[in-house]
Design a protein around this ligand. Sequence first.
Ligand code: SAM
Ligand code: F3S
Length: 463
Amino acid sequence: MTAVPFVTGSNPSPRVYIKTYGCQMNEYDSAKMADVLARSHGYRRTEHAEEADLLLLNTCSVREKAQEKVFSELGRWKSWKAEKPGRLIGVGGCVASQEGEDLARRAPMVDVIFGPQTLHRLPELLEQARARRAPAVDIRFPEIEKFDNLPEPRAEGPTAYVSIMEGCSRYCTFCIVPYTRGEEVSRPLDDVLAECARLVEQNVHEITLLGQNVNAYRGRIHGHTGEQGTCDLALLIDHLAQLDGLERIRFMTSHPVEFSDSLIKVYAEQPKLASFLHLPVQSGSDRILAMMKRGHTRAQYLEKIKRVREVRPDLSLSSDFIVGFPTETEDDFQATLDLVEHAQFDTAFCFLYSPRPGTPAASLRDTVSADDRQRRLQALQARLREQDDRFRQKLLGTVQRVLVERPSVRGAGQLAGRTSSNRWLNFDGPAALLGRFADVTVTEVLRNSLRGQWVQTVDAVAA
Ligand code: SAM
Ligand code: F3S
């Protein structure tokens, strides 16, 4: 790659501003875009769009609202582009993947369009756009090529995300992801272990393994004699747990069908696996689950969480729900409320169903009125908030082991750490605690956070 920075005027070090919408996979991808551009053209990331030479939008198309935001943001950027000659605009992520060349027609100010699997080609695409004075587009799904072409991972603090697979092959009828991110492809075991080891060398103590359907991970294992089978998520967690200095492992997002016995076994046996599980259920009605093609019943879901709680009684359970799926009746919705009562979630996300063009559910006749949808959303949110409050109240007076991630936004001298159950806890403590584990007693449960008192610092710990 020729290192010709896209410098405008006399600015010696070009700046890139990246705006990210959507999930943790997109956060991870944005960090990788910054790394790729730093390596190729010396770009530095800035938080101020006005000073950037390159503006990147990493998009999400899971719901219509997220997609609309892309076009309003680009509208704003259009005038900025005119202000600074040579300034470039790129759009990546799922909207780019879905719209491809159409995006260039709809938003002619865009210079580069790339998908989640081609972000490693950004430097070349920028060169192309520059040279041709026309948009450069690459939204292919070249199998796993992306990971082979990324720079060495760079830690930013004591926690890190590591993407272990791309895409999803489950094709839930409402979901756009299999079309925008492609089918499931897992990274080979050795690659994942090497990336995690590099991060741990940089004092990372907690790693979250990422994938849209992360428990479908099947990484190739290479031995001295060539290929030697595949490794599932449970085995990967066991391998990672052997890394000295890595004390906490998380993963997301998992699908109930692939939530296997081997994973329940690691919850039972591996203390480095955090006491947290995000297991989206979407609905409590068997009829709606079948229409969504989720591949399981409510009873099967409840059975899986019962089994994992038997081996991890302090597990914090989280989920996703979709309200107002086409044809959802009052009875279906009651079944969802009933499942919430049985399952006892500690946190959960509820979304209004949003028809996504090209998905099977988008062609179903939508019978749920806007009023009913809103009412159901509010009722479900209220029920989940009660469970969330109950869970947080239970923490009062307990000692929680937190990984101290950053100074707290709540005030000078305060630190913020996350519990194994994925809750933020703020407390007074010396800056020397940053990046280390500490035991903290929960002294106050506030509306959106917890406050505590530092008990002791802990050096090598498990979850
Ligand atoms: N892989 C995950 C799983 O097992 O379900 C989900 C990934 S999806 C990107 C994140 C969440 O967005 C889903 O769990 C679902 O609740 C929500 N979602 C996806 N498509 C949606 C749609 N068309 N309308 C509303 N919410 C949607
Ligand atoms: Fe989407 Fe279902 Fe996969 S929600 S990401 S198609 S598991």
